[in-house]
Design a protein around this ligand. Structure first.
Ligand code: URA
Length: 276
């Protein structure tokens, strides 16, 4: 429809006023406004209108991720043992990955092990079995750990930064990582491990809240300190076994990391099953 010019608009308004008056509606005030000079008309319209009220900002709908993080934080804080934390993670519905996963993958190995290893996220095999690191990279991890006397049956607990398999093994999103992080942090708090091993770049950067290449973090003695921890936690980053499967020429570096871990464990008095 073509836009009306000013005279046409005025004619239409007048016709409308006449219609309402004919219908018995008191149009005096409206006509007085209409008949006034344009500047006064605007002023009168303003006076006739209700006093302007500063619009109240609409209550901001909380982004879902934020409330999921908050509820993860509350659930994690309420857990007083690793068993309670496991149950809290299993009952948590705030991470969308749960909807497409078969199982929650929380941990393997003794809850009271002095060494805690944290990887990234479950893959297909882990999703099927409900245990971390049981696929190809997990088998390599077991072999690597065995060379320095660590075994998930006895002296190392293994977990991840994400508890449900991302579809198609895609990388977890920052939102998914943030949602699971309160549980990861609470696990470290509850265990206060003598040594925390972070496997790979994603686990290292998520837990340490950094954004650095793994080459800069691996093999160094780090101190993980955070509010809520009774003591800072000795931490070492190692190359992820899945990365080593893709880049076997990096195995030498991984071996150096393992020797550094073994030396630190000895200094810390952590029992290792060293083969004679
Ligand atoms: N890669 C990980 O980081 N974690 C697993 O549990 C399996 C593979």
């Amino acid at each position: 429809m073509a836009a009306m010019n000013v005279p046409e608009t005025q004619a239409a308004a007048r016709a409308l006023l006449a219609f309402w008056r004919a219908a018995g509606v008191d149009m005096d005030e409206a006509e007085a406004i209409y008949a006034a000079a344009p500047a006064r008309r605007a002023q009168a319209a303003q006076q006739a209108a209700p006093a302007p009220v500063a619009p109240r900002p609409a209550p901001r709908a909380r982004p879902k991720a934020e409330s999921s993080v908050e509820s993860a934080r509350a659930l994690a804080a309420a857990a007083q043992s690793v068993a309670e934390l496991r149950a809290a993670v299993e009952g948590f519905d705030g991470c969308a990955l749960k909807a497409t996963a078969r199982n929650t993958v929380f941990s393997d190995g003794p809850d009271d092990a002095e060494v805690l290893l944290i990887g990234e996220a479950p893959g297909k095999d882990e999703d099927e079995q409900g245990k971390p690191f049981v696929g190809r990279s997990g088998k390599l991890l077991d072999r690597m750990l065995a060379t320095i006397g660590l075994d998930r049956k006895f002296n190392i607990m293994i977990s991840n930064t994400i508890y449900w398999r991302p579809p198609g093994n895609r990388d977890p999103t920052p939102g998914e990582s943030l949602t699971c992080l309160p549980f990861v942090e609470r696990l470290i708090e509850l265990k206060q491990p003598k040594l925390l091993i972070l496997a790979g770049k994603a686990a290292a950067n998520t837990v340490l809240r950094r954004d650095e290449p793994v080459s800069r973090l691996r093999g160094r003695r780090l101190n993980y300190a955070r509010e809520g921890l009774a003591l800072p936690v000795n931490t070492m980053v190692m190359l992820h076994p899945a990365y080593l499967l893709r880049q076997p020429q990096q195995k030498r570096q991984a071996w150096t990391d393992l020797l550094a871990i073994a030396a630190w464990l000895d200094e810390l008095g952590v029992a290792r099953a060293v083969k004679s």
